[in-house]
Design a protein around this ligand. Sequence first.
Ligand code: ATP
Length: 226
Amino acid sequence: MLIKNIEVKIGNKQILTQISFQIERGINIILGPNGSGKTTLLRTIIGMIKPSNGEIIRGENEKIAYVPSEFFSAQMKVKDVLLSGNSRKSRIEDYLEYAKTLQITQFLDRDFSTLSSGEKRLTLICKALAEGNIIIMDEPLSNLDISNKHKILMLISKEKEEKSFLITSHELDVIEYATQLIILKKGKIVYLGSPKDISEDNLTQAYDVKIRKYFIDNKLFFKAEE
Ligand SMILES: Nc1ncnc2c1ncn2[C@@H]1O[C@H](COP(=O)(O)OP(=O)(O)OP(=O)(O)O)[C@@H](O)[C@H]1O
């Protein structure tokens, strides 16, 4: 999927400026400060927002699945949430493999509105994984405890050969999982490339706070300097 020269204006305000990149097979991670345009970009890519300029070129067999950062609270059984709004999949069996991995099978007969926010998120991630091959998720790790975060990161790392993920995050520790990193600031791309090449300066410029890079046991960490 190719994002080409996207511009978004809301009223008189320019929200996104000249956004171009290819969503690569693997894990594409969008980072950026609050208000930098991450959610607007995802909504534009899925067609919820019409760009004032540019185009989004989809491949033939690409099936987008979107997990928003905030959820509705429908009074529907979890299994009906999984089955809803999708013409291609209509059997609960198609969701069970991911449901087992994400440990949500015990909720299938519960009312979706009664789940905790983390359980709702796992349910919608399960749905997206079973339905799409381009999985677009807005802050999929927020509201998740350390074990569920690990579960999601392991699952998407396992699936990254087959699917393309485009996810936003506020956590710099996810950088090491990225196939491609996109950093936004004030609606513009200020870094696009491999996570290996990201420097402290790139992050410091993006966030306007001094950011340091550490290696502990060969694992990469970033921390804002106090
Ligand atoms: N409907 C709207 N009307 C006016 N301004 C808007 C509208 N939608 C978004 N914006 C503005 O566009 C900018 C980008 O918002 P967006 O939600 O895309 O940022 P974000 O990077 O996802 O932020 P966060 O990390 O805080 O979730 C913000 O300044 C926001 O106030």
